[in-house]
Design a protein around this ligand. Structure first.
Ligand code: ADP
Ligand code: MG
Length: 728
């Protein structure tokens, strides 16, 4: 049997019961059983220590060192009971992935035995070598010392393996000089910044709360494909995406995959994944087929943003790990397949008080809901002022394939409000009397069916930043991305608007003689109207994919930073440095480091892709083409030998093949030539990748994909799109 046929047979014969049987989980019993969370702490910690931890988690109060000792001891006991032998300070370096060094609990005794221990200071602080992580110039290679610092707000968890398990302790990662080398530290700083400013605003509005948190629920898109195909394609293995591959006749045209029946092998994998996620306390809620064949989505219920961000990282790891147990590979790349939808991540984002009030819930009458109007306006102003930062927070070589490509929002930021709120903001802008259109019921023409309340606004799936009822949804995030930096930007920029609002409101109230509630209302509405007028250009209700919008956006002076390279240049501008510095979220050098790392990652990603493509074409694709050419010409020669002449009609076949091969050879030679050119600086290197290498790769792909349509299937060395996408 040919390898090709073998793979198809292997994939289609796969049955979920080849692996251990999946017991349906008892949700309530198993939820969070692999975390050292509130429940476990309540059971095990002395009351006073437990209360200390609760205050730390809910109010961000520091934890006393002698309490940390007790928590460490208890956490170790809990982990040992579950078979853990090691602990890991788990952190999120600037690579956007997670990292950690495993340390055993073992401590030899003088009598030649050993005890298992975890001291308070082992829990609180670790000291990994920081020199091999990207630091963007914050550290030189010889300056190795770095610290990992326990983040008590995120529950420690157990990672299980067939041969044992280990305790993972979420941490921040900083340099010896205290500069953030990770994504977690600025995220926690930004959460605190927003909390402070939000409470100031609320106090002025007459509401006293102890803590304001941002809440985040991320929808995650991904592909699941058979691992046989994955490992037979160096491009998927090296870069996470197919660098060549002709479009299949059936892609996503029929719209028959979205929300369709989930194939049972896939469902088995999803169920097993969800079971593990539940055990880790990750509240996954929805799953469905996405638009492209073999594409799916999973979304947890929202959590506070620090935890949501950790959980998202963990979820991506678990998805990949469990997929392998089912002979599948989870692709989280933003654009694994050309001509099919890529994958993104939607960040649903809101602000809530410790009393559970969602500050972005408009209620029945938003025009009278002052806190809502203030917070909603603060978000609008934040997006308007920091379009560049939001764009930068989602930029990467891989996301460049999606944004603006008619499947994902454009690189232009705008805010969609929905009919009800948009009308309200128009009234604020023009100074009309405020009112809110009443919700109506929908009658479906069948008396038996219940009347359903119609939402105050439709959805707009083309908008990069849409209000969806009681939260905003930032839709331009890449599927493989950490939630941290987009959230840092949101938190920081909204904190700034709230700060400016609080300052101005305080001053205006001070200058007022009348201090009554009506006066407060008048001043707040006046200020909200000012914001609406200042930021009206960012509001857009139409089709964000349409060409007319791009022209209109230009007229409005909105930014359109098409690629990562275009966008990144804005990161360290004076405006942005000032924003992050003023709240102590990122110093100027920490910000600059992020610029360096992101640019370097862009440059290196494209470099790896280009070299993989070059290699794939030279060692697999061209040889296949030449073999076929050889076969054809030999046949021609042999038929001549026995007195037969190759029919006229065959000649063009040979000629097309020959032309395509020569086109491919020229294209790959050009790519090699460009790859061998060296640039003076990192910025020039990135520019070279964008302007020269990527177009050269496109040319190679074009010729290679043409060749794929000419060479017999049995000779083509790579699994094709049809097989990868439809055989499972
Ligand atoms: P869709 O946008 O596809 O309709 P859902 O309605 O299922 O998606 O919700 C998307 C995500 O929004 C979920 O993760 C959900 O928990 C989250 N979400 C709902 N309310 C809030 C909120 N107040 N803050 C943050 N996220 C929220
Ligand atoms: Mg959504």
């Amino acid at each position: 049997m040919s390898l090709r046929l073998h793979n198809i047979t292997a994939a289609t014969k796969y049955r979920a019961n080849h692996i251990d049987t999946i017991e349906p989980p008892d949700l309530e019993v198993h939820f969070a059983e692999n975390t050292f969370g509130i429940d476990e702490m309540r059971k095990r910690l002395p009351k006073e220590v437990f209360q200390g931890m609760v205050n730390c988690i809910t109010k961000s109060s520091p934890i006393a060192t002698h309490h940390a000792e007790i928590v460490a001891l208890t956490m170790k006991e809990w982990a040992l009971e579950r078979g853990a032998t090691h602990f890991v300070h788990w952190f999120q370096p600037l690579t956007g992935k997670t990292a950690g060094k495993h340390d055993s609990f073992i401590n030899p005794t003088v009598v030649g035995k050993a005890i298992a221990s975890l001291r308070g200071r082992d829990l609180i602080q670790g000291e990994p070598d920081a020199s091999s992580f990207p630091s963007g110039g914050l550290r030189a290679t010889h300056e190795a010392r770095g610290y990992t610092i326990w983040d008590p707000s995120s529950p420690a968890f157990l990672v299980e393996n067939e041969n044992g398990s280990y305790l993972a302790i979420p941490t921040c990662f900083v340099s010896w000089t205290g500069e953030a080398l990770d994504h977690k530290t600025p995220l926690l700083r930004s959460i605190d910044a927003l909390d402070r400013q939000a409470r100031r605003v609320l106090r002025l509005l007459g509401e006293h709360v102890e803590r304001v948190q941002t809440t985040v629920g991320a929808e995650q898109e991904y592909f699941l494909i058979d691992e046989e195909y994955f490992y037979r394609r160096a491009d998927l293995v090296n870069t996470g995406r197919t660098l060549l591959g002709a479009a299949p006749p059936k892609g996503q045209q029929l719209d028959d995959h979205y929300f369709g029946e989930i194939p049972s092998r896939i469902l088995a994998c999803m169920l097993a994944t969800e079971k593990e996620l539940y055990r880790l306390g990750i509240p996954v809620k929805t799953r469905h087929n996405e638009v492209a064949p073999s594409q799916y989505e999973v979304a947890p219920v929202f959590e506070t943003s620090g935890i949501a961000s950790d959980h998202q990282q963990l979820m991506m790891i678990i998805m990949k790990r469990i997929a392998r147990k089912h002979g599948l590979v989870a692709l989280l790349h933003e654009k694994p397949f050309a001509d099919l939808n890529g994958s993104g991540k939607h960040i649903n984002w809101s602000i809530a008080t410790d009393k559970g009030k969602n500050l972005l819930d408009p209620g029945e009458a938003p025009h009278e809901n002052l806190p809502f109007l203030v917070f909603c306006s603060a978000v609008i102003r934040a997006v308007y002022r920091h379009q560049d930062l939001l764009r930068i927070s989602v930029c990467s070589a891989s996301n460049d394939h999606r944004l603006g490509a008619n499947e994902a929002p454009p690189a232009i930021l705008s805010v969609f409000l929905g009919t009800q709120l948009y009308d309200l903001y128009q009234k604020l802008i023009t100074g009309d009397v405020l009112s809110t259109a009443k919700d109506t019921d929908l009658f479906l023409g069948v008396s038996m069916l219940p009347l359903i309340p119609k939402h105050a606004g439709d959805r707009n799936r083309t908008s990069p930043f849409a209000f969806t009822g009681n939260k905003f949804e930032f839709r331009a995030v890449g599927s493989d991305q950490s939630l941290a930096f987009p959230n840092v930007v949101l938190n920081a920029s909204v904190a700034e608007s709230l700060r400016d609002f609080a300052n101005s409101l305080r001053n205006r109230l001070r200058d007022k003689d009348d201090k009554g509630p009506d006066s407060l209302k008048d001043v707040v509405l006046e200020m909200v109207a000012e914001i609406a007028r200042e930021c009206k250009d960012i509001l857009f209700e139409g089709d964000n994919y349409a060409e007319e919008w791009h022209q209109e956006a230009e007229r409005r002076g909105l930014l359109n930073l098409r690629t990562t390279v275009d966008a990144l240049g804005h990161l360290t501008s004076e405006k942005n440095t000032q924003l992050f510095e003023s709240f102590g979220i990122l110093s100027s050098s920490e910000l600059h480091a992020r610029y360096e790392v992101a640019l370097e990652q862009y440059e290196m990603t494209v470099d790896i892709e280009a070299r993989t493509l070059e290699n794939l074409v030279r060692t697999q694709v061209l040889p296949a083409g030449f073999s076929y050419l050889n076969e054809l010409t030999q046949t021609a020669a042999q038929t001549k030998g026995i007195g037969l002449h190759v029919k006229e009609s065959v000649v063009p076949v040979v000629k097309t093949l020959n032309d395509t091969l020569s086109e491919l050879v020229s294209a790959v030679d050009e790519l090699t030539k460009l790859l061998n050119m060296h640039q003076e600086s990192l910025a020039a290197e990135a520019m070279h990748k964008k302007d020269m290498i990527i177009p050269a790769m496109d040319k190679v792909r074009e010729a290679a994909d043409k060749l794929e349509g000419l060479v017999p299937e049995k000779m083509w060395p790579l699994p094709n799109y049809d097989e990868i996408l439809f055989v499972h």
